[in-house]
Design a protein around this ligand. Structure first.
Ligand SMILES: Nc1ncnc2c1ncn2[C@@H]1O[C@H](COP(=O)(O)OP(=O)(O)OP(=O)(O)O)[C@@H](O)[C@H]1O
Ligand SMILES: [Mg+2]
Length: 112
């Protein structure tokens, strides 16, 4: 199993959610987050030492999936979240060791 963590522009959330539902993704968790990438991290020097970083609002989507689904999901997210402008976001993929479906006690692949 893998955990796919994606950071996108907030206005793209609905499009990404629909595209993922269309390919049968069964669950996801979203979080409103703030972050910066290559452009916005840059420091404004302030009184010599302090600096401001501009954190921009983003949405984080976490999806736990079977290994076979990863490629398609990444492709769909990449397409749905794309504007071609800076700040479109990133996709991070982690190994997922265990999953438990609390109501049934199912484990791992069958728990997703
Ligand atoms: N290296 C990173 N580690 C953790 N989060 C990151 C990283 N890079 C980007 N992010 C997150 O993704 C969001 C969007 O990043 P962004 O798309 O601007 O990356 P970028 O590398 O600057 O690419 P681009 O040049 O297309 O803007 C950031 O606001 C931050 O939340
Ligand atoms: Mg950027």
């Amino acid at each position: 199993m893998k955990l796919i963590t994606t950071i996108i522009k907030p206005f793209k959330l609905e499009e990404v959610r629909e595209a993922l539902a269309d390919i049968g993704v069964q669950g996801m968790t979203i979080t409103e987050v703030k972050g910066f990438g290559r452009q916005k991290g840059h420091s404004e020097l302030y009184r010599g030492a302090e600096y401001n970083v501009n954190f921009l609002p983003k949405v984080k989507i976490d999806i736990a999936v079977n290994d076979e689904q990863v490629e398609e999901i990444v492709h769909v997210i990449q397409h749905a979240a794309f504007t071609g402008k800076m700040g479109d976001g990133k996709i991070f993929i982690f190994e997922l060791q265990h999953a438990v479906r609390i109501r049934t006690g199912e484990l791992n692949d069958s728990a997703l």
